[in-house]
Design a protein around this ligand. Sequence first.
Ligand SMILES: Cc1cc2nc3c(=O)[nH]c(=O)nc-3n(C[C@H](O)[C@H](O)[C@H](O)COP(=O)(O)O)c2cc1C
Length: 195
Amino acid sequence: MDALQAILTRRSTRKMKDEMPPADLIEQVIEAGRAAPSGSDLPLTHFIVISNRKILADLARIAREEFAKMEEAPDMYGALRRAIRASKTGDYVFHYNAPLLIVVANKKNMANAMADSSCALENMMIAANALDLGACWINQLHWLTDKKAVQDYLHGLGMEKDEFVTGGLILGYGADGGPVRGERKPKGNPVNWVE
Ligand SMILES: Cc1cc2nc3c(=O)[nH]c(=O)nc-3n(C[C@H](O)[C@H](O)[C@H](O)COP(=O)(O)O)c2cc1C
């Protein structure tokens, strides 16, 4: 698959098999993230690659506990409202029980932290598609990055004290074996051609 096809056919895969992809494929996806451009070429995007089932379950529980403490508000982002509601009923697993979660962190107070991390995440999603793996950006730990319970747990996994969660990615084989794929119908993003 050429690069443009990998970009154009990439879709989010949320339902995954339990099976762990081989290490060399996972490493290629991480390397694609590490190869992303960054402001001033600073290698500050930090990848915490989690395959341990207990740790994944702990993170799901901590996120659920934090969301359950929050109150829904009418002007809230829809996905956050749904996370709060589902957490209060106790059955919310933000990472969809994928075999692998890559927590992406970056330095606090770095102007390019979000942009650099986004370049890395997009590279990883495209690489996953090219390697026949499913992937989906997973943002809940970013939403919860100011919560002490989340910080304490992630510090135990190697996130530095001067870092915060910028995003995340689940990775694995899609439930049907391959990744979800499909060319996007025109979405309506505005484009102005000025000639
Ligand atoms: C910044 C960002 C945050 C996202 N957060 C989540 C998330 O937390 N959970 C999720 O299931 N999908 C998440 N997504 C995936 C989007 O829902 C998905 O990319 C979008 O609906 C378009 O679908 P596609 O990826 O299949 O093209 C996120 C995507 C982006 C770019």
